[in-house]
Ligand binder design. Structure first.
Ligand code: HEC
Length: 409
């Protein structure tokens, strides 16, 4: 499992950085109004409606008595359909999101499909199953919002008492979904300190740690916040042994990061170089492909790659960034949504078809699909997924029958 990183393209096309930098938007959310005020406002409004709808949905799904109250069935169904409608509206036209990363639209499509599924499952009367799906919807908000420090952050404002009463992990997740990152971190921190949680629900305990680290590293870019979380796990006498071992590795990465000179360049070329350095470093740390020891380094790398990609770079350099993001998410499986790394490999191929990097991306995309559809009974790839693989294989130039096209490029 050792691929070359495609830096040769950098040497050939150094000018790509110049064109990317001219497209770069301010990186602080507050300042992006200059060129795209109307679109940005529309996006904000849709996001605000999503927030309001998610609020209602979570309030209803969090309580058995509310969820099973026949008088509420219709309004719960209405809210689920509204969530799906809003999800569909996000990417109905190109260029709607202030974040220009191509993979955003793929995440958005999955989000809409999942929300549709929740609404139709509910309508079909499979209410308990629909409830599980509805509860997982916040995962999409979180996957998008914790990629970078770009975008608004909200400080504590009043939340519904039903939200305050949510179980601790769901509450932390709710605050990330609604971009109240400080409250979210406080909730996650509380969970990692709690010995009862560590014993009662080690799964939620680990999720809280990982979600907290994602916010600390990518949204807050603050190693001290990460250190507070890992320290709580290390000193918690009830945290599972394997998690303590992981936390010790991650503490090392955080201390190293803290000792480094702060990287705050806004220059796209430098951001890409730094991300690339970190991916290389992470790969050197890992002893086997799923080894989590380097997760914190991959988190930092992916944050920078998202920052770089949000400004819509084009061509080979963008494809290299998508490739590196794909590699990172092949390891960071808990930090995106299902198929996250595949979204990046696909974006890599469609950004620079018929190139060396697109072939590398196709190879990894194909491997991921095969792994995903392989179980104890063998490999079964559904026809529509197979057709998509074939399309990307052609586009990447990996299929020998498309060599003629390759020569035309
Ligand atoms: C496909 C990615 C994506 C998904 C899915 C997503 N968001 Fe967002 N969200 C964004 C981006 C990008 C921004 C804006 C960042 C910026 O302003 O630069 C944003 C901003 C927001 C804002 C701030 C709006 C403002 O400007 O005042 C809220 C609130 C929000 N999202 C809530 C939600 C909720 C709740 C969900 C899930 C039900 C969700 N979002 C799902 C990408 C996403």
């Amino acid at each position: 499992m050792k691929e070359k990183l495609n830096l040769r393209w950098l040497a050939i096309f150094p000018c790509i950085f110049l064109s990317a930098s001219s497209l770069l938007m301010p990186l602080n959310g507050v300042g992006a109004e200059a060129s795209s005020q109307p679109l940005k406002t529309q996006w904000s409004q849709k996001m605000r409606s999503l927030e309001a709808t998610l609020n209602k949905v979570l309030v209803d799904t969090s309580s058995d008595s509310r969820f099973n109250d026949r008088k509420k069935f219709k309004s719960i169904e209405r809210n689920a359909s509204q969530l799906a409608k809003l999800a569909h509206s996000l990417f109905e036209k190109p260029g709607q999101s202030p974040d220009q990363d191509m993979s955003q639209a793929l995440i958005g499509k999955d989000f809409a499909t999942e929300a549709d599924y929740a609404a139709s499952t509910l309508k079909a009367g499979h209410r308990e199953y629909a409830r599980v799906i509805l509860n997982s919807i916040a995962g999409f908000c979180i996957a998008c919002h914790t990629r970078t420090a770009i975008g608004p952050q909200f400080a504590s404002s009043k939340v519904a008492p039903e939200v305050e009463a949510l179980p601790p992990l769901a509450k932390g997740n709710y605050f990330v979904a609604t971009r109240n990152f400080d409250r979210a971190l406080a909730e996650y921190q509380k969970i990692t300190q709690d010995s009862d949680q560590a014993i009662a629900d080690p799964f939620a305990y680990e999720r809280a740690l990982r979600a907290g680290l994602s916010v600390a590293v990518r949204v807050k870019k603050n190693p001290d916040l990460g250190l507070r979380l890992v320290e709580s796990v290390i000193v918690n006498s009830k945290s599972p042994y394997y998690m303590k071992a992981q936390a010790l590795e991650w503490k090392k990465s955080l201390l190293e990061w803290k000792a480094e000179k702060t990287f705050d360049s806004k220059d796209p070329g430098k951001i890409f170089e730094e991300a690339n350095r970190l991916v290389m470093k992470a790969r050197a740390i890992q002893k086997f492909p799923a080894d989590p020891s380097a997760d914190l380094v991959y988190l930092r790398a992916s944050g920078l790659l998202h920052e770089f990609l949000s400004s819509a770079p084009t061509g080979l350099i963008a494809s290299n960034a998508y490739y590196l993001a794909g590699i990172s998410y092949d390891v960071l499986k808990d930090y995106g949504t299902r198929d996250f790394s595949e979204f990046y490999y696909r974006s890599c191929i469609s950004t620079s078809p018929y190139t060396e990097i697109s072939k590398d991306c196709y190879r990894r995309y194909e491997e991921s699909v095969y792994l995903g559809y392989t179980g104890s009974g063998g490999t079964y790839i559904p026809p529509e997924i197979r057709a998509r693989l074939n399309r990307y294989e052609k586009l990447s130039g990996s299929d020998p029958s498309t060599l003629i096209d390759t020569q035309k490029m």
